[in-house]
Design a protein around this ligand. Structure first.
Ligand SMILES: [Ca+2]
Length: 178
C-alpha cells in the first residue's frame, strides 16, 4: 500500500516535470511532490534571461544575427558590430545566405566580405574561411575602388561589391551563448 502511494506520488512528480508548464520542474522532497520555478535558473545576476541570443537578435544554427536598418558606410557598420561584441556577418552556404537576405526585406545590406587592396583577395572580417560565394553576374568589378560587399533580394539574394562609402544596412553575427 505504501509502495502504491509512492508510485502515485512519483508519477505525479514525473507528470509535472514534463508537463506543458515548462517553467516548472517537480521533484520529491520530504515525501511531498514539490514544484519549483525553473525560470529562476535562467536568469543571471543582472536579471536578464540567458537565452541563446539577446533581444533583437535572431538565431540561425549556432549563431545570432541582428540587422540595423540605418544605411551607413563600411566603417560605421564595423563599429556597430564591434560595439555589440560581434562581427559583420559572414556567410558559408545557401541556407545562411537565404536567412541573412531574409533579414534585409528588399533592401541592401552590407556583409563582412572585404577586398584587401594590398592582396586583392576577398576575405571575411571575422576571419572565417571563404568557402562560399554568391556573386551576381559581372561582380565583383572595379577592384581597388569597390572593396565592400552588399547582398540584396533585389538581385536574387546575390552579392555585389560597392565602395566602402556607399550606405547599406548592417547585419552583425556572433556565436550563440551556451
Ligand atoms: Ca560592383
Amino acid at each position: 500500500m505504501q509502495y502504491e502511494k509512492f508510485r502515485l506520488r512519483a508519477a505525479l512528480c514525473f507528470g509535472l516535470r514534463f508537463s506543458k508548464e515548462s517553467s516548472l520542474d517537480a521533484y520529491e522532497f520530504g515525501g511531498k511532490c514539490v514544484r519549483k520555478e525553473l525560470e529562476k535558473k535562467k536568469i543571471n545576476d543582472f536579471g536578464l534571461r540567458l537565452l541563446p541570443c539577446d533581444k533583437f537578435w535572431k538565431r540561425h544554427g549556432d549563431f545570432c544575427y541582428r540587422i540595423y536598418d540605418e544605411h551607413v558606410p563600411y566603417e560605421k557598420s564595423m563599429e556597430i558590430c564591434r560595439l555589440d561584441g560581434a562581427n559583420l556577418v559572414s556567410i558559408h552556404g545557401e541556407k545562411e545566405n537565404d536567412f541573412v537576405s531574409g533579414l534585409a526585406e528588399n533592401n541592401w545590406i552590407r556583409i563582412g566580405l572585404v577586398n584587401q587592396l594590398d592582396e586583392n583577395k576577398w576575405k571575411w572580417n571575422d576571419g572565417s574561411s571563404l568557402d562560399y560565394t554568391n556573386w551576381a553576374s559581372n561582380q565583383p568589378d572595379n577592384l581597388g575602388t569597390e572593396k565592400s560587399t552588399h547582398l540584396s533580394t533585389l538581385i536574387s539574394h546575390k552579392w555585389a561589391n560597392y565602395p566602402e562609402s556607399t550606405g547599406a544596412k548592417t547585419v552583425c553575427k556572433k556565436a550563440i551563448r551556451n
